[in-house]
Design a protein around this ligand. Structure first.
Ligand code: ZN
Length: 139
């Protein structure tokens, strides 16, 4: 399966082979910079999210987090683990501190919040931290 990530340096949208990304940190096909990925979770901003939603061939699951949020720190590794357990969705994370306009637009009131998008629209929203298997069963 292929997952998607956007290079933070040159802004290229990259297709990343999921199996290869599990063992080696993927690099941008255009500028060779390391892609902002943790396990199979790509760190994106509002515009990268929009581009990925347009290109995605399956649901996109997003962890909305913040650096000051304690439960987010516990949830991050679980979300990353979940990304290696299923390829039914593309996994992304968005920092709500640096993407405040998007967070306001989506009406995110508590973090962490997990949102699943399909064909560009929100289909499911779950506030609070989950276990890795909890994330997988959400999809
Ligand atoms: Zn690049």
């Amino acid at each position: 399966m292929k997952t998607l990530s956007v290079c933070q340096k040159c802004n290229s949208l990259n297709q990343v082979d999921s199996e290869k990304a599990k063992s080696k940190k993927p690099t941008c096909g255009k500028c060779q910079s390391e892609l902002p990925m943790h396990s199979l979770v790509s760190e994106v901003d509002a515009s990268a999210l929009e581009r990925i939603l347009k290109k995605a061939d399956r649901p996109v699951i997003v962890d909305f987090w913040a650096s000051w949020c304690g439960p987010c720190k516990m949830y991050g590794p679980e979300f990353e683990k979940a990304s290696t357990m299923t390829d039914k969705a593309i996994f992304l994370k968005i920092n709500t501190e640096t993407n405040q306009a998007l967070s306001a637009k989506l009406g995110i009131r508590s973090i962490p919040t997990t949102i699943i998008f399909n064909q560009g629209s929100e289909i499911k929203r779950q506030p609070g931290a989950l276990s890795a298997s909890g994330v997988v069963s959400l999809i």
